[in-house]
Write a protein that binds this ligand. Structure first.
Ligand SMILES: N[C@@H](CCC(=O)N[C@@H](CS)C(=O)NCC(=O)O)C(=O)O
Length: 207
């Protein structure tokens, strides 16, 4: 399977950790967004939305990291990462949508204008990030992992986001449940070393 990615990208790292968890071999295809490679017709033919991560499995192309993670889990039969039980799956989905629509989104809203448009920091957007992280801290009350007592795709997606907050200097110690969960994920999420290598790349944007 071809995998179009950049190592610093959080959603790409989530897919790479999922691939490690299910034992999928990804044929890595580095796509340099800074050089506009995602806008070239070779790539827009595959993905008209021109975003990474993008997975190509034969004649099937898929993007949106969380959809790609779930596809890999189902293709490789690792049901424990996305159990079929309706309630368990519903909580995992809630966490995944929270990650995409709220936690990662608030990070992007605050940091991206500063990183990519040299805009000044907006304190209201920083508060929105704090509120989002506070929600996640509450979800983790009495729960070892993001969606219960075992590791699921929700943890893989969320740890890509939370490690990105951490890399940007966001203080996680104010969120004790998140901080504890983050330390646990570092040692239990398969392929976390790949995430760390990507984080090291991402940090260069802050230099
Ligand atoms: N929600 C998407 C976000 C994908 C995304 O925005 N990727 C960025 C890189 S991190 C990208 O490819 N940007 C290029 C563009 O939007 O044209 C996911 O989780 O896969």
């Amino acid at each position: 399977m071809d995998f179009y990615y950049m190592p610093g990208s959080a959603p790409c790292r989530a897919v790479q950790m999922t691939a490690a968890a299910v034992g999928a071999d990804l044929n890595l295809k580095f796509l340099n967004l800074m050089a506009g490679e995602h806008m070239k017709p070779e790539f827009t033919k595959i993905n008209p939305q021109h975003v990474i991560p993008t997975l190509v499995d034969g004649d099937f192309a898929l993007w949106e990291s969380r959809a790609v993670c779930v596809y890999l889990i189902e293709k490789f039969g690792k049901e424990e990462l996305f159990p079929k039980c309706p309630k368990a799956r519903a909580v995992i989905n809630q966490r995944l949508y929270f990650d995409m629509g709220t936690l990662y989104q608030k990070f992007a809203d605050y940091y991206y204008p500063q990183l990519f448009a040299k805009a000044p920091a907006d304190p209201e957007k920083f508060k929105a990030m704090e509120t989002a992280m506070g929600f996640f801290n509450t979800f983790l009350d009495g729960s070892k992992y993001a969606a219960g007592d075992s590791l699921t795709v929700a943890d893989i997606s969320l740890v890509a986001t939370v490690s990105t907050y951490d890399a940007a200097g966001f203080d996680l110690t104010k969120y004790p449940n998140v901080n504890k969960w983050f330390q646990l994920c570092k040692s239990t999420v398969p392929g976390y070393d790949i995430n760390q290598a990507g984080i090291d790349e991402f940090k260069k944007f802050f230099d």
